[in-house]
Design a protein around this ligand. Structure first.
Ligand SMILES: [Zn+2]
Length: 98
């Protein structure tokens, strides 16, 4: 019969610390991947003929939103860039082809 050996306090602490390090590294990796994805999406939009930059409809291009409480906050739609990418309406190309 196999008996489970209970872990010592030191073993439990080591396991806890090891998993904490792994968790923190995973968060850093996730942040790095998200940053790269945002940069890649930007490059894809710039190269794509289907997307155009438009003035941010949420903040009118100011990058700042006035909240109902009267506070000024960073525009969540454009992240203070003042523009957002929009996909062209199919009718736009048809008009230009004439
Ligand atoms: Zn905006």
């Amino acid at each position: 019969m196999v008996t489970m050996k209970e872990k010592t306090l030191e073993e439990l602490q080591d396991e806890f610390n090891s998993l904490t390090r792994k968790r923190n590294q995973t968060i850093l990796d996730l942040e790095e991947a998200t940053k790269k994805l945002v940069e890649l999406a930007e490059k894809i939009y710039e190269k794509s003929p289907d997307y155009v930059k438009i003035v941010c409809p949420s903040c009118e291009g100011t990058g700042i939103i006035n909240t109902e409480e009267g506070k000024k906050v960073k525009c969540p739609s454009c992240q203070m860039r003042g523009f957002v990418w929009a996909r062209k309406h199919k009718g736009v190309d048809k008009l230009n082809d004439d």
